[in-house]
Design a protein around this ligand. Structure first.
Ligand code: 4AD
Ligand code: MG
Length: 464
């Protein structure tokens, strides 16, 4: 008997006398002489309808099957007389793989709040919404790889444990060495009494960005990208920050800021297109239940080139805005999220790439412009999300880079290896970091970063 998935069964070219499918029961309807089960196996959003008639092997089990039970069904795939599905299964045998006590099962048929579902992150993937989100997440991960492969980029694996703070933002988690026995012994102590050991005698941290090690790889392979988890000790309660999140970080040699903007815009548009076109069924759920304006919003994002706006122009627009901001706008100060929102949601009503920021508010590695005041930095801002990409041209001139490191009070000795790329055959190069979860928020309309990751880590969430 051919074992199949719900997705393959529903997409089958025709009927099939013998199939076998396994999944979790979503609902059961009983009638005289037969029952209908709706089962889902995670392969797609849709459920497969199973007709269980009295007298078939295992028919006596059906009356105890509640939402959440796992079953193994053998039968015939037949054209469905019902509306909404092409095929259903007429069962010949039903086996119970694992029962679920309906009373105790936390996922009832009704809609649950996001807050409640976060407390059962191990079960929420079985709901339509989180199943769809996780399938989209997987598809967008593949889309990232396909996008770069097509453009001659190599996927590189930058270290997760690092000795340096890339952003100079000081928001790192420290790594300490412990044996399993020590960890267990410490776990019962109050935090203040726990000892901490370092990384074989050195300070080590979880990476905040793969950039600094991606740069030397780009300066050897030409075009590379890192795509993996990054960590920030964010103690803030915003809906857009997590302590662990995934970043896509391309790094490109022999390129300038304009190439960087084009790459970022192209990548974002590619991911949006994949979500809307290749994942139409899952995307449809979000467009229907989460944000009905989603297709329209995303269409405007795809329609036209992103606005490109020098920081100085952005400040002028904000100063002229008939609006009082919580944080005052001033030339030389960083843009706050309320300012970013104004630009994208009220003024331009589309994505905006702000570039050429004042050097004093940006990281040491960004390339200085000839005006002496600004750096070739770029942030891509999108409506509803704010900053989704942050990047820059990298300072490739040894003297300027060393001076910037000193000016920012960073230990020059620690950057010897990084400076070597400028000492030997330095080339103009650029790169950026795209927040993967923020793209998922964009294409699903989900408002909280905790709901676009399977097991979110924020300062509040470390269960599971
Ligand atoms: O702007 P950021 O801090 O840039 C960098 O780390 C660069 N070194 C990247 C590079 O050039 N290779 O972060 C890049 C993006 C942000 O635009 C945002 O989308 C996302 O990463 N991001 C976060 N996403 C979720 N939670 C957080 N705490 C995030 N911090 C940044
Ligand atoms: Mg940034």
């Amino acid at each position: 008997i051919r074992r199949t998935t719900v997705k393959a069964a529903l997409e089958s070219a025709g009927a099939c006398p013998e199939i076998r499918v396994m999944g979790w029961v979503r609902t059961r309807r009983d009638a005289k002489g037969f029952s209908f089960l709706e089962i889902n196996d995670g392969s797609c959003l849709s459920n497969l309808q199973v007709l269980v008639e009295e007298g078939i092997a295992g028919a006596d089990l059906v009356k105890d099957l509640g939402t959440g039970a796992a079953v193994d069904v053998a039968g015939a795939l037949v054209a469905s007389p019902g509306k909404g599905q092409r095929f259903e299964v007429k069962a010949t045998a039903l086996t119970l793989l694992g029962g679920a006590d309906t009373e105790a099962y936390p996922l009832q048929k009704k809609r649950h709040s996001d807050e409640f579902l976060r407390t059962i992150a191990h079960l929420r993937p079985r709901t339509n919404k989180y199943g769809a989100m996780l399938r989209l997440r997987a598809a967008l991960g593949q889309a990232v790889h396909a996008f770069f492969a097509e453009r001659g980029f190599y996927w590189v694996h930058t270290p997760i444990i690092t000795g340096s703070d890339c952003e100079g933002a000081g928001e790192m988690f420290r790594v300490t060495a412990l044996s399993a026995a020590e960890a267990a012994a410490e776990a019962v102590l109050p935090p203040a009494e726990r000892g901490s050991r370092d990384f074989f005698g050195k300070d080590a941290y979880l990476t905040v960005s793969g950039q600094l090690t991606a740069e030397p790889l780009a300066c050897a392979l030409g075009r590379v990208y890192a795509f993996g988890p990054t960590f920030r000790a964010e103690h803030s309660d915003t809906s857009r920050h997590a302590a662990e999140f995934w970043m896509v970080e391309p790094e490109m040699a022999f390129a300038d800021l304009e190439d960087n903007m084009e790459l970022g815009e192209g990548l974002l548009k590619h991911m949006v297109r994949v979500a809307m076109e290749d994942c139409a069924e899952d995307f449809g759920l979000f467009a229907k239940y989460v944000d009905p304006k989603l297709p329209e919003t995303l269409a405007t994002l795809l329609d036209a080139p992103f606005v490109r706006l020098p920081y100085a122009e952005a400040v002028k627009i904000l100063l002229a805005a008939k609006k009082t901001f919580e944080y005052p706008v001033a030339d030389g100060r960083d843009l706050q999220s309320e300012h970013e929102r104004y630009l994208t949601e009220e003024h331009f009503k589309r994505p905006v790439v702000v570039y050429d920021y004042p050097k004093d508010i940006k990281a040491f590695y960004m390339r200085q412009n000839d005006d002496g005041r600004t750096v070739a930095a770029m942030d891509v801002l999108v409506p509803g999300i704010g900053e989704i990409i942050g990047g820059s041209a990298r300072e490739e001139r040894l003297d300027r880079l060393s001076a910037r490191i000193r000016e920012q009070g960073l230990p020059l000795e620690a950057y010897g290896w990084y400076l070597d790329t400028r000492r030997f055959g330095t080339v103009p190069h650029v790169g950026f970091g795209l927040g993967f979860e923020r793209v998922l928020m964009l294409v699903t309309g989900i408002g909280n970063i905790r709901d676009v990751m399977a097991f979110p880590r924020t300062w509040r969430h470390l269960e599971f």
